[in-house]
Design a protein around this ligand. Structure first.
Ligand code: NAD
Ligand code: DAU
Length: 361
């Protein structure tokens, strides 16, 4: 079996669902291997994200904080997984600016606690199980800082220069993972990915926030002048990249994963508006009339771009979705998932929106 921390969050749940769901034309599950999800269910974790695989006997769930190293070690000893995939994190940059402490706790202390548990477990494994074990750390391109307009894209050798408390906490976790390989020989793999989008993303992030605000007739908030650039990757492509690295990645290596889809934020928002104009037209005019420029994010990174030639060249991975196909699937998913939307946008979500944007949700 495999362990997945943060498997009730956006990317983790997409990964688990893909892992357990039969591919088109196949009757057996794609990888036919049990998954234990370890997640403490913060505001961003939601068991409804796993609803489509809830009845699958290969899905196990433990509500558990990753900072409790002894509890994680007990789970490792009990289930003897061949791999631990570490997605759990505080992941939203704006929240890290308003309250960095949780980011230090989960992203740094939590990763440290997992590494300690994994080191002990790995040390106890016999021959073949020991050789097979992997600790895969899911990280971000934000550790590399911000690019100028004509700088080359981030590669695996770009120096770390994190700018937000979130990015700094992820950079620290990457360094710990690296050190556990170098010092203790823990068989680690690290992936650094660009901005993900797709189904099940919590609507604090740009793409789901704008999609849902548009449908509710609310302003579409764009920080600054909207010219900041991100490199967008459909979540299913990120998941296939992680599976590829798990299977064939070289121990101790890092792999950048990206979509080769650099876009300015304003262009992203206009694409969402155009997609909604086609799928769910407003009574009059385009959703783009709701675009509103708001105060910029403090320390807002200008541009991210990922050079993913290493994973393409060495492991044969490549993204399959274009932004056009991925954004259409995503917008359609939000249009068809009103029960999920209602559930996640109640209570605490409203408090966040009024704190961050100074408006009622
Ligand atoms: P998310 O915020 O949607 O989900 C995080 C999950 O971790 C939630 O289910 C939450 O309950 C769980 N969690 C948080 N703290 C925990 C703790 N102390 N113990 C146990 N569980 C805990 O995040 P996401 O967008 O799915 O990101 C997953 C990973 O991918 C993160 O490590 C993030 O840094 C990385 N990443 C995200 C993106 C992106 O665009 N979203 C891009 C690159 C890398
Ligand atoms: O690059 C990978 C990172 O991508 C991940 O590590 C993070 O976990 C993930 O949250 C994401 O970080 P960003 O800060 O880039 O994503 P976010 O969706 O918050 O913002 C995308 C861009 O849109 C960014 O330039 C800020 C801008 N933005 C965001 C929001 C929420 C707006 O203009 N308005 C908004 O309301």
């Amino acid at each position: 079996m495999i362990f997945v921390t943060g498997g009730a969050g956006f990317i983790g749940s997409n990964f688990v669902v893909d892992w357990l769901t039969p591919a088109a034309g196949q009757s057996a599950p794609l990888r036919n291997e049990p998954v234990l999800v370890i997640d403490c269910l913060t505001y961003a974790g939601n068991l409804a994200n796993l609803a489509v695989v809830r009845d699958n006997p290969k899905l196990l769930f433990e509500r558990q904080d990753i900072c409790d190293s002894a509890a994680v070690l007990a789970l490792l000893r009990k289930h003897r997984p061949r791999a631990l995939l570490h997605f759990a994190a505080e992941s939203h940059v704006d929240r890290s600016i308003l309250g960095p402490a949780e980011f230090v706790r989960t992203n740094i202390n939590g990763t440290f606690a997992l590494l300690e548990a994994a080191r002990t477990y790995y040390g106890e494994l016999p021959g073949a199980e020991r050789d097979a074990f992997r600790f895969l750390h899911v990280s971000t391109d934000e550790v590399y800082g911000s690019l100028g307009p004509v700088d080359p894209a981030f590669s695996e050798t770009t120096a770390y220069a994190p700018n937000s408390p979130y990015a700094a906490s992820k950079a620290a976790s990457d360094h710990l993972v690296r050190a556990y390989h170098h010092t203790y020989g823990l068989p680690v793999l690290t992936t650094n990915c660009s901005n993900n989008y797709g189904p099940l993303q919590f609507p604090e992030k740009l793409i789901p926030l704008v999609t849902l605000n548009a449908l509710q007739g609310k302003p579409l908030p764009i920080y600054g002048d909207g010219s900041n650039v991100r490199d967008w990757l459909y979540v299913g492509d990120h998941c296939s990249g992680i599976r590829t690295v798990l299977q064939n990645g070289r121990l101790g290596e890092t792999y950048n994963i990206g979509g080769r889809t650099e876009m300015q934020n304003l262009a992203v928002v206009k694409t969402i508006c155009a997609t909604l104009d086609a799928l769910r037209p407003r009574n009059s005019g385009s959703y783009s009339q709701q675009i509103t420029f708001v105060k910029d994010r403090p320390g807002h990174d200008r541009r991210y771009a990922i050079d993913c030639s290493k994973i393409e060249r060495e492991l044969g991975w490549t993204p399959v979705e274009t932004f056009a196909s991925g954004i259409r699937k995503t917008v359609e998913w939000y249009l068809n998932s009103s029960a999920w939307v209602e559930q996640v946008t109640s209570g605490k979500y409203r408090d966040w929106v009024s704190l961050q944007y100074g408006t009622a949700a």
